[in-house]
Design a protein around this ligand. Structure first.
Ligand code: HMG
Ligand code: MG
Length: 309
C-alpha cells in the first residue's frame, strides 16, 4: 500500500505568524522590545520564516503600532526571512525604510470581509497591489499574497473554491507573488472543503509549490486540514506560537494553528521542520506570561502541564 503522506525526511516549511497574527488581536499592548525579543526567541527555536510586523494603520490595529521599530530592532538577525504585512504603497514604503525584505499583501475571497478588513473591494485591492508589486521589484523585495476567508466567510457564508483559485492565480500571475497563503480565517474548513479548494487550484493551473495553508483552529480541524494539504503536495504551512491569534475583522475567529501542535505532528510523522520543540515552548511561555494567559496549544500544555502560563 503506498503512503498517503510525504516520505520521512521530507522538509516542511513553517511560516511563523505569531508576532503578527498571534499578537494583532491581543488587547494587551506589548512593547517594541518585547516583540523583538519574541521574534528572536522564535528564530532561536529554529523558525526560519517569521512574519514579524504589520505596516497598517495603528488606529485599526493598535497592537501592531511600532512596526518600523520592530523591524529595525531585528536588522542584525542572520539567516531568517522576516516578513511583514503591507496592504498598500504607504505600508510598503514604511517597511522598506525599516529594512523589510519580504512584503505581504492580503485580499479576501468575499467582498464583505475585504471591505471590513482593508476598506476596499476585491478589485480595488488588486489595483492597490500593482504599485506595491512594482515598488517591490524595484527594491528587490519578494512579495507574498494572502487570500482570506477561503473556506467560508463570517459575513457571506460559503465561498466558491473556484473564486479563491482565480484570486490566487491573479496574485501569482498579475501581481507577481512568489507564494499565496490560503487563509481559513475563521477556521470553518474541513478536510473535504480544503480538498475541494486545492483541487480547484489544480484545475486553475496553480502549482502546489506556490501555495501555503494558513489555518485557524477555531473548530479543532486545523491539523486534519494539514494532513489533507500534505497528501495534496502542500509543503508550506503558517502557524502561530502557542496558537495565539485571530483577525479583528472576522468575528468568532480564534487562534491560528499552534506551531507546537504542527511541529509535534510533523516531526512525529518523520517530516523535518528544523524546529526545536522545547525551545519553542519556552518562547511561547515568555510571551504568554506577559499576556497573562495560558496558550491554547495542546502540545504546549502537554509538555508543560504544571504551568498556568
Ligand atoms: P484606508 O482608510 O482605506 O486608507 O485604510 P486611506 O488610504 O484612505 O488612508 C486613510 C488614513 O490612513 C490616512 O491617514 C493615511 O495616511 C493612513 P490620515 O490622513 O487619516 O491621518 N494610512 C496608513 N497609515 C499607516 N499605515 C498604512 C496606511 N495606509 C493609509 N499602511 C488600510 C486602508 C489597509 C491601511 C486600513 O484599512 C488598515 O490598516 N486595515 C487593517 C487591516 C489589517 O491589518 N487586518 C488584519 C490583518 S489580515 C488577517 O489577519 C488575515 C490573515 O492572517 C490571513 C487569514 O487569516 O485569512 C493575513
Ligand atoms: Mg490569519
Amino acid at each position: 500500500m503506498s503512503s498517503f503522506f510525504p516520505p520521512p525526511g521530507t522538509g516542511i516549511t513553517i511560516v511563523e505568524v505569531g508576532p503578527r497574527d498571534g499578537l494583532q488581536n491581543e488587547p494587551e499592548k506589548l512593547t517594541v522590545q518585547t516583540r523583538v525579543k519574541f521574534v528572536r526567541s522564535l528564530a532561536a527555536a529554529g523558525l526560519k520564516r517569521i512574519e514579524a510586523a504589520s505596516f497598517v494603520h495603528p488606529k485599526w490595529i493598535p497592537s501592531m503600532a511600532g512596526a518600523a521599530e520592530v523591524m529595525a530592532g531585528l536588522r542584525d538577525l542572520q539567516g531568517i526571512q522576516l516578513s511583514a504585512l503591507t496592504p498598500n504603497l504607504r505600508g510598503l514604503e514604511d517597511g522598506l525604510k525599516a529594512g523589510l525584505k519580504e512584503a505581504a499583501v492580503f485580499t479576501s475571497a468575499s467582498e464583505t470581509h475585504c471591505q471590513k478588513n482593508i476598506n476596499c473591494s476585491i478589485e480595488e485591492s488588486f489595483e492597490r497591489f500593482l504599485p506595491v508589486a512594482e515598488r517591490c521589484r524595484e527594491a528587490g523585495v519578494r512579495m507574498r499574497g494572502y487570500v482570506s476567508v477561503v473556506a467560508g466567510c463570517p459575513y457571506e457564508g460559503d465561498v466558491e473554491p473556484e473564486q479563491v483559485a482565480r484570486l490566487s492565480k491573479r496574485l501569482i500571475d498579475e501581481v507577481g507573488c512568489f507564494e499565496v497563503s490560503l487563509g481559513d480565517t475563521v477556521g470553518v474548513g474541513t478536510p473535504s472543503t480544503i480538498w475541494s479548494l486545492l483541487h480547484a487550484h489544480s484545475e486553475a493551473g496553480v502549482d502546489r509549490s506556490r501555495l501555503a495553508l494558513h489555518l485557524h483552529d477555531t473548530r479543532g480541524t486545523a491539523l486534519a486540514n494539514v494532513l489533507v494539504g500534505l497528501s495534496a503536495g502542500i509543503r508550506t504551512f503558517d502557524s502561530s506560537a502557542g496558537g495565539l491569534g485571530g483577525c479583528p475583522y472576522a468575528p468568532g475567529a480564534t487562534g491560528n494553528l499552534a506551531t507546537e501542535d504542527l511541529v509535534y505532528m510533523l516531526e512525529g510523522m518523520g517530516l523535518e521542520t528544523g524546529v526545536n520543540l522545547a525551545q519553542l515552548t519556552e518562547a511561547t511561555a515568555g510571551i504568554c506570561q506577559l499576556l497573562g494567559r495560558r496558550p491554547p496549544s495542546r502540545t504546549w500544555r502537554a509538555l508543560r502541564p504544571l504551568e498556568r502560563t
